[in-house]
Design a protein around this ligand. Structure first.
Ligand code: SF4
Length: 389
C-alpha cells in the first residue's frame, strides 16, 4: 500500500479502510497528514463557513461524584458512603444553570457518577425543572453509560430510559463514557463499565429514537495504535447506519490522582496525528473538535490545521478531567484569539453547530472576562478577583 496513494484518495474525499487509516496514522509524514485533513475540512465546509472555526459557551454540572463503576482512570468519583461523596440538590443545580445563563451559556452538560441512589425519576425531575426554569438552555447531557446505569437502577430497558429522558427534556446525549471501545484496553481501564458494543448499541437506539449525540475518544491509556484505529472503525460503522453522531471529540488521558499505574499520556504529536486521521477516516461525521483542555492551547490551536473545525467549550465549570490533572484554563477572549491566530474566523456556536455570533471584526470582539473556565467542585465564583484571573 503506497502512503501517497491512500493520502491522496482520502484528501479527495474517498473512503479509507481501517488498515489504510492505521498506515497513515503510523507512517504518513505529519505535514502531509495535516494538509490532507485540512483539504477534507475545506471541502466539507466549502462556502461561507470554510474560514470559520467555532466554540461554545457551556457549563458542565457534575451533579454527583458518587459512583459504583470505579473506572481506574477516574480521579473524580467516590464510592457510595465515602465521607467525601456528595450529590447536589435540585436547587443547587438550578442555581448553577441560572449563573450559566447570566454568562451567556447556551448548553448544559449534566455529567456525574453512577450513583445507586439516583433512579430515572431523579433525572426526570431535574430535566423538567431545568427546562421549565431555563427553556433557552440546551440539555446536552448524560450518555450511553448513564443510560445503562439508570436502566439497572430503575429496572428498565435502554429504549425506555432514553424515551423517558427525552420526554423530560433531554435534547442530546454527550459522547462521554466511550473512553476506548475496544474490549482489551476498555476492560483494563474500566472493568465495571459496559462493554464498547453496548455503548454503541445504546447510542444506536438513541439515534433511532431521535436523540443525536457526539462520540469521544480518550487516548493514551496503554492501547495500541491498531486499537486506536479500531475505536474509530466501531463508531464509523454505527454512523453508517444512523447518522446520529454530530461530532467526534478525541482527547488525551490525564494521569494524576487515579489507579492506573504506569500509563503515559499520548504525546502531542500522537494527538495531532489522531485528529488528522479521524478527519480522513470519518467521511460520515460532520464535525471534529480539537481539545485545548487536555493538550494545551498551542496544540488546540494547531488542531485547526489538522482537520478540526471546532475548539469546544469555554467550560464555565469542569471537575472530572481537571481532577485527573488537566491544568489548562481559558476564556472566551482567549479562544477567540487562538482561532484568529490560526488564521480562521471565530464563531460562537450552539449544540447543533449553528453559528450564533460570527466574530468577523476584531474590533467588536466581546470583552466580558467573567466568561472563563472554572474547575472546582465548588460554586462558580463571580467575584472581582475571579473576573481578573
Ligand atoms: S469515569 Fe464516570 S463512570 Fe467511571 S468512575 Fe468516574 S464518574 Fe464513575
Amino acid at each position: 500500500m503506497a502512503i501517497r496513494t491512500v493520502l491522496d484518495r482520502a484528501a479527495d474525499g474517498g473512503r479509507i479502510t481501517a488498515d489504510e487509516a492505521l498506515l497513515l496514522y503510523t507512517e504518513a509524514p505529519l505535514h502531509a497528514l495535516g494538509q490532507a485533513a485540512d483539504a477534507v475540512r475545506r471541502r466539507r465546509f466549502a462556502g461561507d463557513s470554510v474560514d470559520i472555526a467555532t466554540y461554545i459557551i457551556d457549563r458542565n454540572i457534575n451533579y454527583t461524584n458518587v459512583c459504583v463503576t470505579a473506572c481506574k482512570f477516574c480521579a473524580f468519583y467516590r464510592a457510595p458512603n465515602h465521607s467525601e461523596g456528595w450529590t447536589h440538590s435540585l436547587e443547587e443545580i438550578l442555581r448553577r444553570c441560572g449563573e450559566a445563563v447570566d454568562l451567556g451559556a447556551t448548553q448544559i452538560m449534566l455529567q456525574g457518577g453512577h450513583s445507586p441512589e439516583l433512579g430515572i425519576e431523579w433525572y426526570e425531575r431535574a430535566f423538567a425543572a431545568i427546562k421549565s426554569g431555563y427553556p433557552q438552555l440546551t440539555l446536552h447531557s448524560l450518555g450511553a453509560s448513564e443510560v445503562v446505569h439508570i436502566g439497572r437502577t430503575s429496572d428498565l430497558d435502554h429504549a425506555t430510559v432514553i424515551s423517558r429522558l427525552k420526554a423530560a427534556g433531554l435534547d442530546s446525549f454527550a459522547g462521554a463514557g466511550a473512553e476506548i471501545l475496544v474490549d482489551r484496553p476498555r476492560t483494563a481501564i474500566a472493568p465495571l463499565k459496559e462493554p464498547g458494543h453496548v455503548w454503541l448499541d445504546v447510542m444506536e437506539t438513541a439515534h433511532g429514537l431521535g436523540l443525536e449525540s457526539t462520540a469521544t475518544f480518550m487516548m493514551g491509556t496503554g492501547e495500541t495504535n491498531a486499537e486506536r484505529i479500531e475505536h474509530l472503525r466501531m463508531i464509523r460503522d454505527v454512523q453508517d447506519r444512523t447518522g446520529g453522531f454530530r461530532s467526534f471529540i478525541p482527547w488525551t488521558y490525564q494521569p494524576e490522582n487515579n489507579h492506573l499505574k504506569g500509563r503515559t499520556q499520548a504525546t502531542s504529536l500522537e494527538y495531532l496525528r489522531m485528529v488528522a486521521v479521524a478527519r480522513l477516516f470519518f467521511d460520515n461525521v460532520n464535525h471534529l473538535q480539537g481539545s485545548w483542555l487536555t493538550t494545551g492551547k498551542d496544540i488546540g490551536q494547531l488542531t485547526l490545521h489538522f482537520g478540526a473545525d471546532d475548539l469546544g467549550s469555554v467550560m464555565l465549570e469542569e471537575n472530572v478531567v481537571s481532577s485527573a490533572g488537566a491544568r489548562h484554563r481559558s476564556n472566551r477572549a482567549e479562544l477567540i484569539e487562538l482561532i484568529r491566530g490560526a488564521g480562521r474566523v471565530p464563531a460562537q456556536r450552539d449544540t447543533l453547530y449553528r453559528h450564533l455570533v460570527v466574530h468577523r471584526d476584531p474590533a467588536q470582539d466581546p470583552v466580558d472576562h467573567r466568561v472563563h473556565s472554572h474547575f472546582s467542585s465548588t460554586a462558580l465564583t463571580l467575584t472581582p478577583a475571579a473576573a481578573a484571573s
